[in-house]
Design a protein around this ligand. Structure first.
Ligand SMILES: [Fe+2]
Length: 428
């Protein structure tokens, strides 16, 4: 099935190294749950987010469905009904439990979900150890996809628990790690790119999702990119200038959202005694003017850029620039889960990797020559290629080993609960 995941031949599979990689990722997922109270695991404060408990089970379901049930002879599922409960969207596997009701699943309990994880972990280790040489390449391919899938859910565990805790008037903290303050954001500089013929997409060395293929040529007009992300302080100027009250800056659909949902600031922002505060994973905190503005929708990012007389980059412009500028900001392993101010120590582009996903003006669609993975896993990415915008670069909740410059994330233009921010662009 997922044989096309790697386009170049892979070296011989080292069984123990594969087990170590698998267990390292599985362990990281569980460490992210360390600060949670048992009461937190079931929260689903809106249909777009999932309860932590569901994420923990679903990523195990992925290994069970696509790996163990197919390749481990005699594998016994812990509970056959989990196939329905924890199937996210794979019609080829079968029907799925109604997504907006995931928060109603008081059973299996949290303890039972952790037992399910252990059951799957044990079976995956056994499979890797006992598999014949003929199956090993396919097992390696699916385990690698499965750990990358689990890393995507690690990020979702963080973004979803942030939202789930934010609706509580007590504004509970997930942890007590305060983002460092006091660093002033450097002035915005502009970096110019000649454009011309550029190669975009993954080259086949190492893992990539199918939506990053094939590498292909594209023509870029000359452009410039802002050296860092737009800051909270700059975004406050947009708010102060009446940006949310002036239809002229907004796409029609965006203006509809502003009016329907009464948007007047980024998600999580609120005024306390005349000061902007926002919910963070360390609870309610004063907004740092030097930090990058986050939790804005595509519509807000686009409106800000219009107000500034500029625009958002295309995904091709972003990737071409990232070939030369790979500065890394805050990623998941820092354990802060909050974007940090640009350091101002670089002469190039800062915060390209990490801190915040950057909205691009590119709709999410197939690259020329795109073919989804064969078999059930063809449902992984391709069927979502409509009505969403591409984001690039990863965030403070993205695992370091998960992000690369060809990585294409995608969300609907009104989504605000991801760690999403703004980098400006301009035609030359
Ligand atoms: Fe998933």
């Amino acid at each position: 099935m997922a044989r096309n995941l790697f386009s170049s031949p892979r070296p011989t599979v080292d069984r123990e190294a594969l087990i170590a990689d698998f267990m390292q990722i599985r362990g990281m997922t569980e460490r992210l749950c360390g600060p949670l109270a048992v009461d937190d695991f079931m929260l689903q404060a809106m249909p777009d987010v999932s309860p932590t408990k569901w994420h923990l089970a679903h990523v195990s379901w992925f290994f069970e469905t696509f790996l163990l049930k197919r390749l481990l002879p005699g594998y016994r599922a812990l509970n056959e009904e989990y196939e329905y409960l924890f199937n996210s969207y794979y019609n080829s596997v079968g029907p799925q439990y109604f997504r907006p009701d995931r928060g109603l699943l008081s059973r299996p309990t949290v303890a039972e979900v952790f037992a399910y994880r252990s059951h799957v972990d044990e079976a995956v280790r056994t499979l890797i150890r006992v598999a014949g040489e003929d199956d090993l390449e396919e097992i390696d391919t699916i385990v690698t996809l499965g750990v990358n899938h689990e890393q995507q859910h690690q990020e979702l565990i963080v973004t979803d628990i942030k939202y789930n805790l934010s609706v509580n008037p007590l504004r509970p903290a997930y942890h007590h790690v305060l983002p460092p303050r006091g660093a002033a954001a450097p002035p915005l500089r502009w970096l110019e790119f000649e454009g011309g013929l550029a190669s975009i997409g993954h080259d086949g060395a190492g893992f990539a999702f199918d939506n990053e293929w094939p590498r292909h040529r594209t023509f870029l007009q000359p452009y410039r990119l802002g050296s860092r992300l737009v800051t909270n302080g700059e975004y406050m100027e947009f708010i102060g200038a009446g940006g949310y009250q002036d239809w002229r800056f907004w796409l029609s659909e965006g203006w509809k959202n502003v009016q329907t949902h009464r948007w007047s600031s980024p998600l999580y922002w609120e005024r306390r005694d005349g000061t902007w505060c926002s919910q963070t994973l360390a609870g309610l905190q004063k907004v740092d003017e030097h930090g990058p503005v986050s939790h804005v929708s595509y519509y807000e990012a686009d409106a800000y850029a219009r107000w500034a007389g500029l625009r958002l980059p295309t995904e091709e412009e972003w990737e071409h620039a990232a070939e030369f500028h790979r500065h890394r900001g805050c990623l998941l392993e820092r354990g802060i889960y909050h974007p940090l101010p640009a350091p101002g120590q670089e002469t190039g582009l800062e915060q390209m990797i990490g801190d915040l996903w950057e909205w691009t003006r590119s709709p999410y669609g197939p690259y020329p020559g795109f073919r989804p993975l064969q078999g059930d896993l063809g449902e992984y990415n391709g069927k979502f290629m409509v009505n969403q915008m591409v984001l690039r670069g990863g965030s403070c909740a993205t695992p370091t080993s998960h992000i690369r410059i060809t990585y294409r994330n995608f969300f609907p233009p009104d989504a605000r609960w991801q760690f999403s921010g703004i980098r400006l662009a301009e035609d030359i």
